[in-house]
Design a protein around this ligand. Structure first.
Ligand SMILES: [Zn+2]
Length: 280
C-alpha cells in the first residue's frame, strides 16, 4: 500500500499561492448571520438585505450617504485632545489617543462638515464609535459647538448623528461640561429658528442622550437602535425589577414619546430633504 505512504515530505503550499476569496469581499450580517456581497451591502446603505439590520458605520459612510457627490468641507479637522488631567488607566491617555488615531485614521470621536444635500445647504456632525467608544470629550464638545456656530452664522440647518457610549472618563468633569456647552449652543440655534435634527443611531447612551442627542427640533432614530441613559443592568439593579421586553430599543422609545419617527437608513437622505424643505 505504498500510495498511502507520503514519499516526499513537507509538501506545503505557501499562503500566497492558496486560492481564496480576497478579504472583505463578503459581509456576514451579525444579526441574521446571512452572507451578502460587500458591494451590495454598501449599495444598501450598509443595511442587511435579509433582515434590515443597520450596521454600525461612521462619519465616512454617513457623509458619503448624505452629501451630494460626497462633496463637503470639513470643519476643524485638526482639532485634537490634550491631557489636562494627566489621566492614566491601563495606559496614559495621550498614548491611548495616539494609538486610536493610528488604528482608526480619525482625530477624535466626531467629524463635522458642511455641504449640499439634494441641493440644500446643511451642516452635519457625525460621531465615530470606533474612537474610544464614541465617547464625548472636550474635542467632541468643541467640534459640535463650532459646527453649531457655523450653522448659526450661515443659517444652515444642523444635523447631529449620534453614536456614543457617553462621556469620556479620561476627561472626567471636563467631559460633563460638554453637555452644558453643546446644549447652550443649541439653545442659540433654537432662538435663531435654525432647524436642528438629531439622529440617534445604535447605540446612543449616557451623557450624549442626556444632552444634544435629545434636544432636536426633531429627534429621529434608525430602527432597532439602543437608546438610553444608563445600561439595562444598572437600572435593573437600582429599581430591583425586571425590565419590559424591548426596553431601550428605538421602537420602545418612540412608543413612549421620546422620538418623532424612525427612519430606514436607505431613505434617510430623502426623508431629511423633505423635512428640511417643509421647514424652510
Ligand atoms: Zn441580517
Amino acid at each position: 500500500m505504498s500510495w498511502f505512504v507520503r514519499k516526499e515530505k513537507g509538501i506545503n503550499t505557501p499562503t500566497e499561492m492558496k486560492r481564496e476569496a480576497p478579504d472583505g469581499l463578503w459581509y456576514q450580517c451579525p444579526n441574521c448571520k446571512k452572507i451578502m456581497h460587500t458591494r451590495e451591502h454598501k449599495l444598501n446603505a450598509y443595511t442587511c438585505a435579509h433582515c434590515n439590520y443597520h450596521d454600525k458605520v461612521g462619519s465616512e459612510a454617513y457623509f458619503e450617504l448624505l452629501f451630494d457627490h460626497n462633496e463637503f468641507i470639513e470643519l476643524d479637522p485638526e482639532l485634537r485632545s490634550g491631557d489636562p488631567l494627566r489621566f492614566i488607566d491601563t495606559k496614559p491617555y495621550p498614548d491611548r489617543i495616539r494609538s486610536t488615531m493610528l488604528k482608526t485614521g480619525l482625530k477624535d470621536a466626531v467629524r463635522a462638515a458642511h455641504g449640499k444635500m439634494n441641493d440644500l445647504d446643511i451642516v452635519v456632525a457625525c460621531m465615530d464609535f470606533n474612537f474610544i467608544g464614541g465617547s464625548m470629550g472636550s474635542v467632541v464638545g468643541e467640534k459640535i459647538a463650532r459646527a453649531i456656530d457655523h450653522s448659526l452664522a450661515h443659517r444652515q440647518p444642523f444635523l447631529m448623528i449620534s453614536r456614543s457610549g457617553g462621556a469620556r472618563m479620561m476627561e472626567a468633569g471636563l467631559s460633563l461640561m460638554q453637555m452644558a456647552k453643546t446644549s447652550a449652543k443649541l439653545a442659540l440655534l433654537s432662538e435663531a429658528k435654525v432647524p436642528y435634527i438629531s439622529l440617534l443611531t445604535d447605540p446612543t447612551t449616557g451623557g450624549v442622550t442626556a444632552s444634544y442627542a435629545m434636544l432636536g427640533d426633531f429627534n429621529i432614530s434608525e430602527p432597532q437602535a439602543l437608546i438610553g441613559f444608563a445600561g439595562p443592568r444598572v437600572i435593573r439593579e437600582t429599581i430591583g425589577k425586571d425590565l419590559p421586553k424591548g426596553f431601550q430599543s428605538a421602537e420602545f422609545v418612540l412608543e413612549h414619546g421620546f422620538l418623532d419617527f424612525i427612519v430606514d437608513r436607505k431613505e434617510l437622505k430623502d426623508k431629511l430633504t423633505s423635512l428640511l424643505t417643509m421647514l424652510r
